[in-house]
Design a protein around this ligand. Structure first.
Ligand SMILES: NC(=O)c1ccc[n+]([C@@H]2O[C@H](COP(=O)([O-])OP(=O)(O)OC[C@H]3O[C@@H](n4cnc5c(N)ncnc54)[C@H](O)[C@@H]3O)[C@@H](O)[C@H]2O)c1
Length: 276
């Protein structure tokens, strides 16, 4: 491990840490000798996961903090920041990773919209604004990783608030990194994790998926290289397919096609040829 934010003795705070990608990331950080602060809304799952992480951590349970956190609530995020700094005195890695899949369309589902905006988008803004000033003031190398989705880039129809909030995470994190790199002497960098299709905590593996560990395998060296975009393939979708789909999506604007032309009857064949 060469990135100084992920070095022995440093501290990682991860939301959505009781399952899936968040839990796999916490385990990896613990295996590097880092201290970890695990945040999740599911208290029971959080306690069980923390027990597993403590077996990996160099300092056992002493290196593992759990904070029951609903990331959709700003006051919970502020309390998480206080708890992490009170317990460990610094934060080197912040992963704003928790998300909801509350479903709705463009014309319905007010509650799902509010939940998605709070849990998927406000959490990222609030999490960053709560932690980043202290991380910058530490004057040590630090990273903030915000989890978006291909659904926030190519917008496949099906769950509109999820796509909108993940598109918001993309825009926010891009602008965040622009601002951080223009702060003189700032040693904090932002990164955007874009998992492919990945097995979730509590769900059976489905053919084509990557495991959360595979996502973390991809993420760690990407952060070490200084990559901002960490786009993960899976066993169905190759990096080349991702590149083409992202380009096709941007081409809707550039070529004045209808939006989401990939799923528009008149463009389906052209897209299939482009996609190869
Ligand atoms: N799994 C995929 O295929 C996939 C693909 C693209 C992006 N992502 C993104 O990756 C991230 C992690 O997803 P995952 O697959 O590990 O999911 P997961 O369901 O395995 O784990 C999500 C965790 O977040 C927690 N959580 C949910 N709402 C919360 C809240 N309000 N406050 C705090 N914790 C909350 C859950 O309790 C759970 O432990 C998410 O941001 C998701 O949108 C996942």
């Amino acid at each position: 491990m060469t990135h100084p934010a992920m070095a022995t003795g440093r501290v990682a705070v991860v939301t959505g840490a009781a399952n899936g990608i968040g839990l796999a990331a916490v385990k990896r950080y613990a295996s590097f000798g880092m201290k970890v602060c695990m945040a999740d809304a599911d208290e029971e799952a959080l306690a069980a996961a923390a027990g597993d992480v403590a077996k990996i951590a160099a300092g056992g349970a002493g290196d593992v903090a759990t904070v029951r956190t609903d990331v959709g609530r700003r006051e919970d995020i502020l309390a998480l920041k206080e708890a992490a700094y009170d317990r460990f005195g610094e934060v080197a890695v912040l992963m704003n990773n928790a998300a909801t899949r509350a479903r709705a369309g463009s014309l319905d589902g007010h509650e799902a919209w509010v939940e998605s905006m709070n849990v998927n988008l406000w959490s990222v803004v609030n999490g960053t604004q709560a932690f980043a000033p202290a991380m910058i003031a530490q004057n040590t190398p630090c990273v903030i990783v915000n989890t978006s989705s291909k659904q926030g880039i190519t917008l496949p129809p099906g769950n509109t608030p999820y796509n909108v909030t993940k598109a918001g995470v993309k825009a926010y994190t891009e602008l965040l990194q622009h601002e951080l790199r223009n702060i003189e002497g700032c040693r904090v960098t932002a990164h955007m994790l874009v998992p492919g299709w990945t097995t979730r905590g509590g769900f059976e593996y489905r053919k084509g998926q990557w495991s959360p560990d595979q996502v973390v395998d991809r993420m760690i060296p990407a952060i070490e290289r200084g990559d901002f975009y960490i786009v993960c393939p899976d066993d169905d979708v190759t990096p080349e397919m991702d590149r083409k789909r992202i380009l096709w999506s941007a081409g809707d604007v550039a070529h004045n096609r209808p939006p989401l032309s990939r799923w528009h009857g008149g463009y389906g064949e052209e897209f299939e040829r482009f996609d190869g």
